[in-house]
Design a binder for this molecule. Structure first.
Ligand SMILES: Nc1ncnc2c1ncn2[C@@H]1O[C@H](COP(=O)(O)OP(=O)(O)OP(=O)(O)O)[C@@H](O)[C@H]1O
Ligand SMILES: [Mg+2]
Length: 261
């Protein structure tokens, strides 16, 4: 825990790049919200036919906001954050992040764009099973190429140390627990020092003390100007976001129609 607390310090002290705008944008979107969703529809093809998971989402998120996405299981939270990160393709509508039309990016373009602008924490972690924990954290650094020679394995090891996994660095993901995998996913998402973090239940498998420390890391990042969109079920965190977005049956609703667990 002391080490986790140390991460808060080291993030504060790290030479962060200008966090207010995603890197690589020629024209800063000064007056527009950083993230803009317009009438986003997402349907999945299932054996029983089309299933509408998002039914027309309009959402704007400003630079520096810390947005909590809440809603019942199946409400569409993961689907929504996957649209923002371009991990999945929408059925119709538009997703803009700064000047980038995320909905128009193909898979490769989206991956390249993410590696420079987004830290993504997936609900299912998405660690590479054949790579060690260290190599998993190194992956976004290698992929974006922007930190080559500047922040390499030493930085990745430092991130692993901060989430108390340094001694497991050479292990494969299958050899560690679910909570430990979640912490690797968090370290990986922070590796590129991204201006935007999209996190899907990043503390879902962690005990309350570790979850609190991870949340404090996110608060610190927001304080420094990063923008974070985070799905959570944890009611104790709900009060600490700068804004809540409630989802129900694929739509944004004004008031929660249920209690958060
Ligand atoms: N690949 C898929 N194919 C078909 N249906 C899907 C797929 N992914 C999600 N769905 C459906 O879309 C709806 C929204 O799913 P989503 O994963 O976004 O929910 P969620 O709010 O993240 O739930 P949870 O809190 O359980 O993670 C659900 O009804 C789900 O069954
Ligand atoms: Mg989900």
């Amino acid at each position: 825990m002391i080490r986790l607390a140390g991460l808060i310090m080291s993030i504060q002290l790290s030479p962060a790049s200008t966090p207010m705008q995603p890197r690589g944008f020629e024209r800063p979107a000064v007056e527009r919200p950083l993230i803009r969703l317009r009438q986003v529809l997402k349907s999945y093809q299932t054996a029983a036919g089309e299933f509408p998971a998002l039914k027309g989402i309009d959402l704007e998120i400003g630079s520096g906001e810390f947005v909590g996405v809440l809603g019942k299981s199946g409400a569409g939270k993961s689907t929504l954050v996957n649209m923002i990160s371009g991990v999945d393709h929408l059925t119709s509508g538009e997703v803009w992040v700064g000047d980038v039309a995320v909905h128009r990016l193909n898979e490769n373009q989206a991956a390249q764009w993410r590696s420079r602008n987004l830290g993504v924490i997936y609900q299912s972690f998405q660690l590479m099973p054949t790579l060690s924990l260290l190599d998993n954290v190194l992956l976004p650094l290698d992929f974006s190429g922007q930190f080559r020679g500047k922040r390499t394995s030493k930085w990745a090891m430092e991130l692993l140390r901060q989430v108390e996994l340094e001694e497991h660095a050479r292990k494969l993901p299958a050899a560690i627990s679910g909570g430990q995998q979640q912490r690797v996913a968090i370290a990986r998402a922070l590796a590129n020092d991204p201006p935007i973090i999209v996190a899907d239940e990043p503390t879902g498998r962690l005990d309350s003390v570790t979850a609190e420390t991870i949340f404090e890391i996110f608060e610190k990042l927001v304080h420094q100007g990063r923008t974070i969109v985070m799905v959570t079920h944890d009611a104790s965190f709900a009060r600490r976001f700068s804004r809540l977005v409630w989802l129900a049956d694929g739509l944004i609703v004004d008031e929660p129609q249920f209690q958060v667990e």
